[in-house]
Design a protein around this ligand. Sequence first.
Ligand SMILES: Nc1ncnc2c1ncn2[C@@H]1O[C@H](COP(=O)(O)OP(=O)(O)OP(=O)(O)O)[C@@H](O)[C@H]1O
Length: 272
Amino acid sequence: MEPVVRPNAAHGQPMVRIHGLWSVFEGAERKTVVHQDLALEVAQGEVLSIVGGSGTGKTVLLRQILGLESPARGEIEVLGRPVAELGRAGAASCIGMLFQHGALFSAFSVLENIAFPLRELKGLPPALVREAAMVKLQMVGLEPEDGDKMPADLSGGMIKRAALARALVLDPPLLLLDEPTAGLDPESSDGFVTLLRTLHRDMALTVVMVTHDLDTLFELSTRIAVLADRRVIVAATPREVIAFQHPFIHDFFLGERGQRAMELLREYPFAV
Ligand SMILES: Nc1ncnc2c1ncn2[C@@H]1O[C@H](COP(=O)(O)OP(=O)(O)OP(=O)(O)O)[C@@H](O)[C@H]1O
Protein backbone atom coordinates (compact mmCIF):
# COMPACT_ATOMS: atom_id res chain seq x y z
CA MET A 1 0.00 0.00 0.00
CA GLU A 2 1.07 3.58 -0.64
CA PRO A 3 1.86 5.54 2.52
CA VAL A 4 -1.18 7.26 3.99
CA VAL A 5 -0.30 10.39 5.85
CA ARG A 6 -3.45 12.09 6.98
CA PRO A 7 -2.73 15.53 8.42
CA ASN A 8 -4.52 16.52 11.57
CA ALA A 9 -7.19 19.11 10.80
CA ALA A 10 -5.26 21.94 12.40
CA HIS A 11 -4.47 25.42 11.27
CA GLY A 12 -1.21 27.29 11.08
CA GLN A 13 2.34 26.10 11.35
CA PRO A 14 3.01 22.49 12.29
CA MET A 15 4.69 21.99 15.66
CA VAL A 16 7.08 19.45 14.14
CA ARG A 17 7.92 19.01 10.47
CA ILE A 18 10.19 16.19 9.32
CA HIS A 19 11.04 15.90 5.68
CA GLY A 20 13.39 13.69 3.62
CA LEU A 21 14.94 12.19 6.76
CA TRP A 22 17.68 9.59 6.47
CA SER A 23 19.28 8.00 9.54
CA VAL A 24 22.27 5.83 8.85
CA PHE A 25 24.57 4.10 11.36
CA GLU A 26 27.98 2.96 10.11
CA GLY A 27 29.15 -0.23 11.77
CA ALA A 28 32.54 -1.92 11.40
CA GLU A 29 31.18 -4.32 8.78
CA ARG A 30 28.05 -2.73 7.38
CA LYS A 31 25.90 0.30 7.57
CA THR A 32 22.34 0.26 8.81
CA VAL A 33 19.77 2.52 7.21
CA VAL A 34 17.17 3.08 9.91
CA HIS A 35 15.11 5.84 8.25
CA GLN A 36 14.92 6.34 4.51
CA ASP A 37 13.26 9.48 3.18
CA LEU A 38 10.92 9.59 6.16
CA ALA A 39 8.33 12.35 6.41
CA LEU A 40 6.07 13.32 9.29
CA GLU A 41 4.22 16.40 10.48
CA VAL A 42 2.78 16.97 13.92
CA ALA A 43 0.15 19.67 14.26
CA GLN A 44 -0.10 21.94 17.28
CA GLY A 45 -2.23 20.46 20.03
CA GLU A 46 -2.26 16.86 18.91
CA VAL A 47 -1.02 13.75 20.66
CA LEU A 48 0.81 11.80 18.00
CA SER A 49 1.95 8.32 18.94
CA ILE A 50 4.70 6.52 17.09
CA VAL A 51 4.54 2.73 16.95
CA GLY A 52 6.78 0.29 15.12
CA GLY A 53 8.70 -2.92 15.54
CA SER A 54 11.87 -3.18 17.58
CA GLY A 55 14.75 -1.33 15.94
CA THR A 56 12.60 0.70 13.54
CA GLY A 57 14.10 3.91 14.91
CA LYS A 58 11.39 5.31 17.17
CA THR A 59 13.77 6.40 19.92
CA VAL A 60 16.29 7.69 17.37
CA LEU A 61 13.51 9.84 15.90
CA LEU A 62 12.62 11.32 19.31
CA ARG A 63 16.30 12.05 19.99
CA GLN A 64 16.59 13.75 16.59
CA ILE A 65 13.52 15.93 17.25
CA LEU A 66 15.15 16.92 20.54
CA GLY A 67 18.40 17.73 18.72
CA LEU A 68 20.45 15.13 20.61
CA GLU A 69 21.28 13.34 17.34
CA SER A 70 21.66 14.66 13.81
CA PRO A 71 20.23 12.73 10.87
CA ALA A 72 22.44 11.79 7.91
CA ARG A 73 20.15 13.84 5.68
CA GLY A 74 16.86 15.69 5.86
CA GLU A 75 15.09 18.44 7.73
CA ILE A 76 13.62 18.53 11.20
CA GLU A 77 11.86 21.72 12.23
CA VAL A 78 10.16 22.61 15.47
CA LEU A 79 7.81 25.59 15.21
CA GLY A 80 9.28 26.42 11.82
CA ARG A 81 12.90 26.51 12.99
CA PRO A 82 15.48 23.85 12.15
CA VAL A 83 16.25 21.95 15.37
CA ALA A 84 19.97 22.22 14.66
CA GLU A 85 19.67 26.03 14.92
CA LEU A 86 17.75 26.07 18.21
CA GLY A 87 20.85 25.44 20.33
CA ARG A 88 20.72 23.85 23.77
CA ALA A 89 18.84 26.65 25.53
CA GLY A 90 16.42 27.11 22.62
CA ALA A 91 15.64 23.40 22.44
CA ALA A 92 15.17 23.22 26.21
CA SER A 93 12.61 26.03 26.20
CA CYS A 94 10.69 24.54 23.24
CA ILE A 95 10.85 20.82 23.96
CA GLY A 96 10.41 18.75 27.11
CA MET A 97 11.45 15.11 27.03
CA LEU A 98 10.46 12.27 29.33
CA PHE A 99 13.03 9.51 28.90
CA GLN A 100 11.98 5.90 29.25
CA HIS A 101 13.49 5.32 32.68
CA GLY A 102 12.84 8.75 34.10
CA ALA A 103 16.57 9.56 34.14
CA LEU A 104 16.60 11.56 37.38
CA PHE A 105 19.95 12.62 38.82
CA SER A 106 20.41 10.22 41.74
CA ALA A 107 22.49 12.65 43.82
CA PHE A 108 19.86 15.42 43.67
CA SER A 109 16.60 15.63 45.61
CA VAL A 110 13.33 15.54 43.69
CA LEU A 111 12.95 19.32 43.88
CA GLU A 112 16.55 19.87 42.75
CA ASN A 113 15.92 17.53 39.82
CA ILE A 114 12.80 19.44 38.80
CA ALA A 115 14.60 22.78 39.19
CA PHE A 116 17.63 21.67 37.18
CA PRO A 117 16.61 23.16 33.77
CA LEU A 118 15.79 26.47 35.50
CA ARG A 119 19.19 26.54 37.24
CA GLU A 120 20.84 25.92 33.87
CA LEU A 121 19.34 29.18 32.62
CA LYS A 122 21.42 31.01 35.26
CA GLY A 123 20.62 34.33 36.82
CA LEU A 124 17.22 33.44 38.26
CA PRO A 125 16.81 34.14 41.98
CA PRO A 126 16.95 30.86 43.97
CA ALA A 127 13.61 31.59 45.68
CA LEU A 128 11.91 31.92 42.29
CA VAL A 129 13.52 28.71 41.01
CA ARG A 130 12.32 26.85 44.08
CA GLU A 131 8.82 28.25 43.78
CA ALA A 132 8.54 27.37 40.08
CA ALA A 133 9.80 23.83 40.75
CA MET A 134 7.30 23.47 43.61
CA VAL A 135 4.44 24.48 41.31
CA LYS A 136 5.41 21.75 38.83
CA LEU A 137 5.91 19.20 41.63
CA GLN A 138 2.32 19.70 42.70
CA MET A 139 1.04 19.89 39.15
CA VAL A 140 2.16 16.28 38.57
CA GLY A 141 0.39 15.09 41.73
CA LEU A 142 3.35 14.88 44.11
CA GLU A 143 3.18 16.27 47.65
CA PRO A 144 5.38 19.21 48.78
CA GLU A 145 7.25 16.89 51.18
CA ASP A 146 8.18 14.62 48.24
CA GLY A 147 10.43 17.43 47.03
CA ASP A 148 13.03 16.64 49.71
CA LYS A 149 13.14 12.91 48.90
CA MET A 150 15.95 11.34 46.90
CA PRO A 151 15.12 9.44 43.66
CA ALA A 152 16.10 6.11 45.29
CA ASP A 153 13.24 6.59 47.77
CA LEU A 154 10.55 6.99 45.10
CA SER A 155 8.21 4.41 43.55
CA GLY A 156 8.29 3.89 39.77
CA GLY A 157 5.19 6.03 39.35
CA MET A 158 6.66 8.86 41.44
CA ILE A 159 9.90 8.78 39.42
CA LYS A 160 7.89 9.21 36.22
CA ARG A 161 5.96 12.10 37.77
CA ALA A 162 9.12 13.84 38.99
CA ALA A 163 10.76 13.38 35.58
CA LEU A 164 7.63 14.77 33.91
CA ALA A 165 7.68 17.81 36.22
CA ARG A 166 11.30 18.42 35.22
CA ALA A 167 10.42 18.03 31.50
CA LEU A 168 7.68 20.67 31.91
CA VAL A 169 9.44 23.14 34.22
CA LEU A 170 10.26 25.56 31.38
CA ASP A 171 6.68 25.31 30.03
CA PRO A 172 7.72 23.94 26.63
CA PRO A 173 4.95 23.79 24.00
CA LEU A 174 6.17 20.35 22.84
CA LEU A 175 6.50 17.26 25.03
CA LEU A 176 8.23 14.06 23.88
CA LEU A 177 7.46 10.84 25.77
CA ASP A 178 9.45 7.62 25.35
CA GLU A 179 7.37 4.67 26.63
CA PRO A 180 5.76 6.79 29.39
CA THR A 181 3.98 3.89 31.09
CA ALA A 182 6.58 1.12 30.59
CA GLY A 183 7.42 -0.64 33.85
CA LEU A 184 4.46 0.79 35.78
CA ASP A 185 1.85 -1.44 37.42
CA PRO A 186 -1.67 -1.10 35.91
CA GLU A 187 -2.89 1.30 38.59
CA SER A 188 0.13 3.64 38.35
CA SER A 189 -0.09 3.43 34.57
CA ASP A 190 -3.75 4.49 34.57
CA GLY A 191 -2.97 7.34 36.97
CA PHE A 192 -0.09 8.53 34.79
CA VAL A 193 -2.19 8.41 31.61
CA THR A 194 -4.92 10.45 33.35
CA LEU A 195 -2.28 12.98 34.41
CA LEU A 196 -0.95 13.23 30.84
CA ARG A 197 -4.48 13.81 29.51
CA THR A 198 -5.06 16.60 32.03
CA LEU A 199 -1.71 18.30 31.39
CA HIS A 200 -2.16 18.03 27.63
CA ARG A 201 -5.47 19.87 27.95
CA ASP A 202 -4.50 22.41 30.61
CA MET A 203 -1.08 23.34 29.23
CA ALA A 204 -2.16 23.25 25.54
CA LEU A 205 0.69 20.84 24.89
CA THR A 206 1.60 19.10 21.69
CA VAL A 207 2.74 15.57 22.49
CA VAL A 208 4.81 13.10 20.50
CA MET A 209 4.93 9.73 22.20
CA VAL A 210 6.49 6.32 21.59
CA THR A 211 4.55 3.50 23.20
CA HIS A 212 3.92 -0.21 22.85
CA ASP A 213 1.09 -0.12 25.35
CA LEU A 214 -2.32 -0.32 23.70
CA ASP A 215 -4.21 1.26 26.60
CA THR A 216 -1.85 4.25 26.67
CA LEU A 217 -2.01 4.47 22.88
CA PHE A 218 -5.79 4.51 22.62
CA GLU A 219 -6.46 6.65 25.65
CA LEU A 220 -4.17 9.46 24.54
CA SER A 221 -3.56 9.49 20.79
CA THR A 222 -5.26 11.81 18.35
CA ARG A 223 -3.20 10.19 15.57
CA ILE A 224 -0.89 7.22 15.31
CA ALA A 225 2.16 7.10 13.03
CA VAL A 226 3.44 3.65 12.13
CA LEU A 227 7.13 3.20 11.41
CA ALA A 228 7.90 0.27 9.13
CA ASP A 229 10.02 -0.31 6.05
CA ARG A 230 12.25 2.60 7.21
CA ARG A 231 9.51 5.25 6.89
CA VAL A 232 6.14 6.33 8.18
CA ILE A 233 3.77 4.02 6.33
CA VAL A 234 0.63 5.55 7.82
CA ALA A 235 -0.13 8.51 10.10
CA ALA A 236 -3.83 8.76 10.76
CA THR A 237 -6.57 8.23 13.32
CA PRO A 238 -6.49 4.96 15.29
CA ARG A 239 -9.46 3.66 13.28
CA GLU A 240 -7.78 4.43 9.94
CA VAL A 241 -4.48 2.94 11.09
CA ILE A 242 -6.10 -0.34 12.09
CA ALA A 243 -7.73 -0.54 8.65
CA PHE A 244 -4.37 -0.07 6.89
CA GLN A 245 -3.06 -3.27 5.31
CA HIS A 246 0.46 -4.08 6.52
CA PRO A 247 1.87 -7.15 8.30
CA PHE A 248 3.17 -5.10 11.25
CA ILE A 249 -0.22 -3.43 11.77
CA HIS A 250 -1.95 -6.77 11.54
CA ASP A 251 0.32 -8.30 14.18
CA PHE A 252 0.35 -5.24 16.44
CA PHE A 253 -3.36 -4.44 16.44
CA LEU A 254 -5.13 -7.49 15.17
CA GLY A 255 -3.09 -10.39 16.51
CA GLU A 256 -3.54 -11.71 20.02
CA ARG A 257 -3.83 -8.16 21.34
CA GLY A 258 -6.45 -7.32 18.71
CA GLN A 259 -9.44 -7.95 20.91
CA ARG A 260 -8.19 -5.36 23.38
CA ALA A 261 -7.50 -2.88 20.55
CA MET A 262 -11.07 -3.24 19.31
CA GLU A 263 -12.48 -2.79 22.83
CA LEU A 264 -10.37 0.35 23.26
CA LEU A 265 -11.50 1.74 19.94
CA ARG A 266 -15.11 1.41 21.15
CA GLU A 267 -14.21 2.97 24.51
CA TYR A 268 -12.19 5.88 23.10
CA PRO A 269 -13.67 6.55 19.65
CA PHE A 270 -12.12 10.01 19.42
CA ALA A 271 -9.17 9.54 21.76
CA VAL A 272 -8.18 12.83 23.49
N1 LIG B 1 24.33 5.41 18.15
C1 LIG B 1 24.03 4.35 17.43
N2 LIG B 1 24.96 3.65 16.77
C2 LIG B 1 24.66 2.58 16.01
N3 LIG B 1 23.41 2.12 15.84
C3 LIG B 1 22.42 2.77 16.47
C4 LIG B 1 22.68 3.91 17.30
N4 LIG B 1 21.49 4.35 17.80
C5 LIG B 1 20.55 3.52 17.30
N5 LIG B 1 21.10 2.58 16.53
C6 LIG B 1 20.38 1.53 15.81
O1 LIG B 1 19.26 2.12 15.19
C7 LIG B 1 18.16 1.21 15.21
C8 LIG B 1 16.96 1.91 15.80
O2 LIG B 1 17.15 2.10 17.19
P1 LIG B 1 15.99 2.66 18.13
O3 LIG B 1 16.49 2.53 19.53
O4 LIG B 1 15.56 4.00 17.68
O5 LIG B 1 14.83 1.60 17.86
P2 LIG B 1 13.39 1.56 18.48
O6 LIG B 1 12.42 1.61 17.35
O7 LIG B 1 13.24 2.62 19.52
O8 LIG B 1 13.41 0.09 19.13
P3 LIG B 1 12.75 -0.52 20.46
O9 LIG B 1 11.27 -0.54 20.22
O10 LIG B 1 13.33 -1.89 20.53
O11 LIG B 1 13.15 0.38 21.61
C9 LIG B 1 18.62 -0.01 15.98
O12 LIG B 1 18.99 -1.00 15.05
C10 LIG B 1 19.81 0.49 16.76
O13 LIG B 1 20.74 -0.56 16.97
